[in-house]
Structure formats: structure tokens, C-alpha cells
Design a protein around this ligand. Structure first.
Ligand code: BGC
Length: 523
């Protein structure tokens, strides 16, 4: 067991001493109530919130920042964004970072995960030219957080590749691994004295599968069952290069940790049939195993069944060689074990079937290689985003699977959240229901011995939800986009999260009287 669980009764709120426990037990006995189990998160469990640069910063062309692939996409192909918006201003955190830190203090966050915009500090993507104003912005943000004991967790790449590097092929070019390592060096050198938790990439599958095949993320290229695999291998190698760079040149003096964040939603077999179980396994391998296995599995290298499937399909399709080959032995050894922790973004559960719910997939494509059907169960409550519904004990299923598969790695949940519609009430009871279920599931996960060390909600504040624009809102704080100052106000869920962080247990009876947030530093 990795956390302290205590027994308490329903007349107690928060930490208790022996005397009050005895009095309370007596009171309960007198009133005939039943004693119930109250589970707590450990005191050193990191509770935080997450954001990413493109989604909140704005200032897309200010103070020497270079263009990135999202700037290019929204300006040249505006109709792909559902509400025809851009991230040009977004929540304008570039100018409002002090208010953002104030919100972190109102919430009592232990940590804040944000990403660095590569093109803000290296306008062309290459490390020959560093933009001092960009470095100054992140220094100011980090210093402001550190001043109030909020641990920075920094993502180096959250989808906003400098456009100049995309012009050279981006992640499809094998030289990407070099450019990325150079960039990582600039980040470690400039911020590593204060930042102790680095995440190399956010959600490789959304970068490679959605960016090079599924047409759902920049650079929005359909590269037909080839680009996704090239991207995957270059990304994993780039991650390993950054990890080793940190490990050998920076960790000895800076003493931090370097990991990667992978989207691990739970892919569950529709039935217990062997076909459905294999379908779910193939879906897991293609959506996240392809990135996680080379780093976290005992054998290293890419997932076997996926390799076999792509080899078979490639041969049938007349390709002279497979579209997905494994890493060579030297690469395997270099990548294996190259992470201090596994960052997990978890939102939902998807059901997978070998025969049902199939669509027509392009040939060739990764979806055709895997060739399974998938769906979100009807009975699960739906959010304002079509891919996000609420599934029972979803975190537990995903994380206990990772524990078994990868020998119990250290895990941080680096994103988890719920989407409501833009003009819905600040009294966001559906988000609170989702969060409380997620937190229960996390306690189940801790009970099962998973090495889970922290949790970041997505998100601190509303932001630009990629192709969905500003339609879904995932913030604990609502942003007023009509107001040039981009005023932020707390939703009810912000108070409920604050209460959890302070007390470390889920209090179903807690009902905030109003939505006023105050700063109680040091609680
Ligand atoms: C991404 C975030 C995004 C969130 C909600 C995650 O996949 O990392 O950037 O905002 O999902 O859509």
C-alpha cells in the first residue's frame, strides 16, 4: 500500500487525532450510524492543473516569437476550426500569467503543468538563434510559481512545432531527433535550475496518428499508413535523446526527472471472446503501446502483434517492405528504460470489437492495419466533446494495466477533465460528478499498489480546444473571451478541487456557499 488510509466516521472532516476519533465513534454508536471507510490521498501526493502554450498564451507573433504549425493552420485553413476561431489571443496568458499564478494560489495547487512554445524561444526551431524575450517570459512565469511553492512541471512539446521545421518535413525527417535534442538542451540550460519535472512530449498518438493520418491535428497531413509510423519512431528516438541528455549532462547538478506523457484512455474489449480481446489489445498497441513499449517494457522495441499485422498488410498491398519495422538492437537498448516516470493523460473508456462498429478505413492506414471497430458506450454520460464520456472506474482499469505491463512504473496523471458548453452555468455539477468519480478511481488505483504520485486536472482555465475551437470548455476557471482583459472567474468545481487538495479526501457533503475564491497560502 503506497498511501495512508485511515478509518473515520461521517462526523469527522479532515485529519483527526485519537481523542476526537474516540468521541466521534461514541457519538456514532449513540446515534446508531454505521462506521464507513474514509480513504485519503497521501500528504506528498502532487495535486495540480495543466495547460499548454498554444491553447492559452496568445501573443502569437509578439516579441520575436516564430510561427508554428498551429499558427499556420488557423491562418491558412481557417474553416477546419469548428467555430472559425484561432489561438492568436486565446486566454492571453502571455500577458496574464500573474493572474494565472494567483488562481493557482486560490486553488492551493501543489504543482502546475504548462508547456513551452518551441517557436517562442527558438523562432526558427533551430538552436542557433535564441529569443531572449521568450526565455524571459518563461523565467517570469516559473519565478512567480516558485515564489509561492508551486512545483513547475514543464512539457517541452505540446503540438506546436515551429513552422520552419515542418517545412523541412517535421517529425517525418530523421533529423528531427537532432533538432529536438538541441531544443531540449536550451530548455534544460535555461530553466532546469528551478524546474525539476520535465515531460518531453505530450500525447505522441495525437501528434503522429492525428497529425499524419486521422486529419485531426496540425499539420493535418494524410500520409497514408506510412507517416504515422515514421513519426512514431522519430518521436520515440527524440524522446530518448532528450532523456539521455538530461540524465548525463543536467541531472547530476539539477537533480530533476524527465518523463513522457502518453494518452492512455482505456480500450476495453466489447466481449470476452478471443477476437475481441485481441482487437482491444491491437487498439492499445497502436494508440499507445507503439510509444510506451519501447521505453517501458522489459523487452524494449515495438509491440509484436502490431508489427506482424503491419508486415502482413504491407505484403498484401504490394509494398516491397513493411511500413513499420522495429527499432534496431542499438536503438532498442538506447530507448529502453529512458524515462523517470510515465505521464498519463486519461479521460475516458472506449469499447473495441473485432467485428462490430467498423468504419471504412483508407488503405493503407493504421486504422486499416489494425482493422477493428470502436465506440463510446451509449449509457455513459456525455460531455460537450464527442470523444469524452464518463466511464466507470476508468482510471483504475488503465493504470492497473500499466502497472502489470510495465513493472509498476512511477506514474503522474498529467491530464484529466470534463468538457462543458461555453455558455453553461458556473455551477458545473456534471464536472464535479466526473471529477469525484475520477478521484474515487484514483483511490482504488492506489489501493491496488499502483505507483501513482500526482494528478493534474485539465485544465486550470478554459482554452483553445484545437479543431473544436472554444466550443467545449474544460477549465476550473471560465475565461470571458468578450472581455479584452480575458477575465477569469471560478466555476464551482474549482472550490470542490480546492477542498480536496486541502483535506485529501473526497467530501461528498461539501457544498460551497458561493463561488468566491480566496488565497490561503501555506494550507
Ligand atoms: C490534450 C489537450 C486537450 C485535451 C482536451 C488532450 O488530449 O493534451 O491539449 O486540450 O485533451 O481536449
Amino acid at each position: 500500500m503506497t498511501y495512508a488510509s485511515i478509518k473515520t466516521v461521517n462526523c469527522l472532516h479532515g485529519p483527526v487525532d485519537m481523542k476526537s476519533l474516540v468521541l466521534c465513534l461514541l457519538a456514532v454508536a449513540c446515534h446508531g450510524s454505521t462506521v464507513k471507510q474514509q480513504r485519503r490521498f497521501p500528504d506528498d501526493f502532487l495535486f495540480g492543473a495543466a495547460t499548454s502554450a498554444y491553447q492559452i498564451e496568445g501573443a502569437w507573433n509578439e516579441d520575436g516569437k516564430g510561427e508554428n504549425i498551429w499558427d499556420r493552420l488557423v491562418h491558412t485553413n481557417p474553416t477546419v476550426i469548428q467555430d472559425l476561431t484561432t489561438g492568436d489571443v486565446a486566454a492571453d496568458s502571455y500577458h496574464n500569467y500573474k493572474r494565472d499564478v494567483e488562481m493557482m494560489r486560490e486553488l492551493g495547487l501543489n504543482a502546475y503543468r504548462f508547456s513551452i512554445s518551441w517557436a517562442r524561444i527558438l523562432p526558427t526551431g533551430m538552436a542557433n538563434e535564441i529569443n531572449p524575450a521568450g526565455v524571459a517570459y518563461y523565467n517570469n512565469l516559473i519565478n512567480e510559481m516558485v515564489k509561492y511553492n508551486i512545483t513547475p512541471m514543464v512539457t517541452l512539446y505540446h503540438w506546436d512545432l515551429p513552422q520552419k521545421l515542418q517545412d523541412l518535413g517535421g517529425l517525418i525527417n530523421p533529423l528531427f531527433t537532432e533538432w529536438y535534442e538541441d531544443y531540449a538542451r536550451v530548455v534544460f540550460e535555461n530553466f532546469g535550475d528551478r524546474v525539476k519535472l520535465f515531460i518531453t512530449f505530450n500525447e505522441p498518438s495525437q501528434i503522429c496518428f492525428e497529425g499524419f493520418e486521422y486529419m485531426n491535428k496540425a499539420p493535418l497531413l494524410n500520409t497514408f499508413g506510412v507517416g504515422v509510423y515514421l513519426c512514431a519512431k522519430h518521436l520515440v528516438l527524440a524522446h530518448a535523446r532528450a532523456y539521455h541528455l538530461y540524465n548525463t549532462e543536467f541531472k547530476p547538478t539539477q537533480g530533476g526527472q524527465c518523463g513522457i506523457t502518453i494518452s492512455v484512455n482505456w480500450f476495453e474489449a466489447d466481449t470476452d471472446s478471443a477476437e475481441d480481446l485481441m482487437a482491444a489489445e491491437l487498439m492499445r498497441q497502436s494508440q499507445w503501446g507503439i510509444y510506451a513499449d519501447p521505453i517501458f517494457s522489459a523487452e524494449g522495441g515495438l509491440p509484436r502483434e502490431l508489427l506482424d499485422r503491419v508486415a502482413e498488410k504491407s505484403a498484401q498491398q504490394g509494398f516491397p517492405r513493411t511500413r513499420l519495422s522495429d527499432f534496431n538492437e542499438e536503438e532498442k537498448a538506447f530507448i529502453k528504460g529512458a524515462a523517470d516516470f510515465f505521464g498519463v493523460n486519461h479521460y475516458t473508456t472506449v469499447k473495441v470489437s473485432a467485428t462490430e462498429h467498423k468504419q471504412v478505413y483508407s488503405v493503407p492506414s493504421m486504422l486499416d492495419d489494425v482493422n477493428v471497430g470502436f465506440y463510446w458506450p451509449e449509457e455513459n454520460p456525455k460531455s460537450a466533446s464527442p470523444w469524452l464520456s464518463m466511464a466507470p472506474n476508468s482510471i483504475y482499469h488503465a493504470l492497473t494495466h500499466l502497472k502489470e505491463k510495465y513493472n509498476n512504473p512511477k506514474i503522474y496523471i498529467t491530464e484529466n477533465g470534463w468538457a462543458t458548453y461555453r455558455n453553461s452555468s458556473l455551477i458545473d455539477n456534471d464536472r464535479i460528478t466526473y471529477y469525484r468519480a475520477a478521484w474515487e478511481s484514483m483511490l482504488n488505483t492506489l489501493d491496488a499498489g499502483v505507483n501513482l504520485k500526482g494528478y493534474m486536472v485539465w485544465s486550470l482555465l478554459d482554452n483553445m480546444e484545437w479543431l473544436e475551437g472554444y466550443i467545449p470548455c474544460l477549465g476550473l476557471y471560465q475565461v470571458d473571451y468578450q472581455d479584452p482583459a480575458r477575465t477569469r472567474v471560478a466555476r464551482k468545481s474549482a472550490l470542490v478541487y480546492k477542498h480536496l487538495i486541502k483535506n485529501r479526501y473526497i467530501d461528498y457533503e461539501y457544498e460551497p456557499g458561493n463561488l468566491t475564491m480566496t488565497i490561503d497560502d501555506g494550507f
